[in-house]
Write a protein that binds this ligand. Structure first.
Ligand code: MRU
Length: 348
C-alpha cells in the first residue's frame, strides 16, 4: 500500500504529490500550519486524503499546545479547526473530518477530561479516521467490482487512488478490485489538465500495480468512446449533493456527457464522508478557483501570452442524471438519489 499520509512520532508525514512520478519525497509536518500549507499547495490532495490530513493537522496542532487549562485549550482547538477549514472549499471530506474532531473534542470536554487526555483522544480520532478510510476504500472496491464487465476497458479521470485517500483508492479501488478478479483488460487515464493528476499520479499507481495503463489527453476520451474503445467509466468525487449531483475534478462533466452520448456506463465511487446531504444540489457546491499560473505556465516555462486572462475552476459538477450509480462502502446507490443516498446513511 502506498504511504500517502501517516502519523509518525508526533508528526504528520506525507508523500509530496507535486514531485511524483519523478521523485518520491516525503514531507514532515510538525505544526498545524505546516499541514494547512501542505493542503493548499497540493503536497496532499484528493478529497478523502485532505480530510485525513485536516484531522491529523488538528491533532498535531493540539498535541503541540502549551495550554495548561482546558478553557485556553478549547480556544486554541477552535482556532486550529478554523485554520484547516480555510484550506480548500470544495471537498466536503475536509469539513466532515473537522466536524468529527469537534464532536470528539466536545465529548471529552463534557466528560471532564484533562488537557493530556484530550490530546490523546484527538490523536486516536485522527488515526481512526485514517484507518476507516482504508477500510471504506476496500469495501467500495468489493461493491464496485460487481458492476465492472469482464474484459473491461476502463476510463478514469484525475486521481482517485491510494494517493487521494488513506490507501487503496475510491475509483482506483474499484479498478484494483476488478483487476484482482481478472476483469480488467485496459485502463485509460485522462491526463487531467492542468495539474496532471491522471498522467502523473493515476498512471504511476497503476503501473506500480502492473495494471495495463494508457495515458490519454483529456480531449481524447470522446473519440476513444466513439471508436468503441471503452466499456466502463469510474471516477471519484469531491462532494456529492443530496440529489446525486457530483462535484469532481474539472473535465469530469465532459467525460460524463461523452459517456452518455456513447452508451458507456458512468459510475462514481466515493465514501459516505463525500456525500453532503445538507447541500440540496450541485448549484450549492462551492467550486474552488485556482491560481492562473497552473494554466499559464508549465514549471518555469510560460505557455500563454501576457495579457490573456485565465479561468481555472478546479472542479465541475456532473448532473445526477448522467450517473449510472454511486459506489460507496455500504453498496451502490442508484437513481433516484434523493432517496437512495439518505437510505445509505440510515443503514445500521
Ligand atoms: O484538486 P484535487 O487533486 O484535490 O482533486 C481531486 C479530485 O477531484 C478527485 O477525483 C476526488 O478528490 C476524489 S479522490 C478519491
Amino acid at each position: 500500500m502506498l504511504p500517502t499520509i501517516a502519523w509518525q512520532d508526533n508528526a504528520v508525514v506525507m508523500v509530496d504529490q507535486r514531485k511524483l512520478p519523478g521523485r518520491e519525497v516525503y514531507v514532515t509536518c510538525t505544526t498545524a500550519k505546516d499541514v494547512a500549507r501542505a493542503i493548499t499547495t497540493m503536497v496532499i490532495r484528493g478529497a478523502p486524503a485532505i480530510g485525513v490530513a485536516a484531522a491529523m493537522g488538528i491533532a498535531l496542532g493540539m498535541q503541540r499546545s502549551k495550554s495548561t487549562g482546558t478553557r485556553q485549550f478549547a480556544v486554541e482547538f477552535n482556532q486550529t479547526c478554523d485554520l484547516l477549514a480555510g484550506t480548500r472549499p470544495t471537498a466536503v471530506n475536509l469539513f466532515w473530518a473537522i466536524d468529527r474532531m469537534k464532536r470528539t473534542f466536545g465529548a471529552g470536554a463534557q466528560g471532564g477530561e484533562s488537557v493530556t487526555e484530550l490530546k490523546a483522544r484527538l490523536v486516536r480520532e485522527a488515526i481512526g479516521i485514517h484507518d476507516e478510510d482504508v477500510a471504506s476504500c476496500q469495501a467500495m472496491g468489493r461493491h464496485g467490482a460487481t458492476v465492472v464487465p469482464d474484459g473491461a476497458r476502463i476510463l478514469t479521470h484525475c486521481n482517485a487512488g491510494a494517493l487521494a485517500t488513506a490507501g487503496y483508492g475510491t475509483a482506483l479501488g474499484v479498478i484494483r478490485a476488478a483487476a484482482e478478479q481478472g476483469k480488467v483488460a485496459a485502463v485509460f487515464a485522462d491526463e487531467t489538465r492542468p495539474f496532471l493528476q491522471g498522467g502523473r499520479l493515476t498512471a504511476w499507481e497503476l503501473v506500480r500495480d502492473g495494471i495495463p495503463t494508457t495515458v490519454i489527453t483529456d480531449s481524447m476520451a470522446g473519440p476513444l468512446m466513439r471508436q468503441g474503445g471503452l466499456d466502463f467509466v469510474v471516477v471519484g468525487a469531491d462532494r456529492i449533493a443530496a440529489n446525486g449531483d457530483v462535484a469532481n475534478k474539472i473535465g469530469t462533466y465532459t467525460v460524463a456527457m461523452m459517456a452518455r452520448a456513447h452508451g458507456v456506463p458512468f459510475y462514481v465511487a466515493a465514501p459516505l464522508s463525500t456525500i453532503d446531504l445538507a447541500t440540496a444540489d450541485g448549484i450549492g457546491i462551492p467550486i474552488e478557483q485556482r491560481n492562473a499560473r497552473e494554466i499559464t505556465h508549465f514549471g518555469p516555462t510560460q505557455l500563454t501570452p501576457d495579457g490573456a486572462s485565465v479561468w481555472n475552476p478546479a472542479f465541475d459538477v456532473t448532473p445526477h442524471d448522467l450517473v449510472a450509480g454511486i459506489i460507496t462502502e455500504r453498496g451502490i446507490a442508484r437513481a433516484p438519489y434523493a432517496t437512495s443516498l439518505p437510505a445509505l446513511f440510515a443503514q445500521p
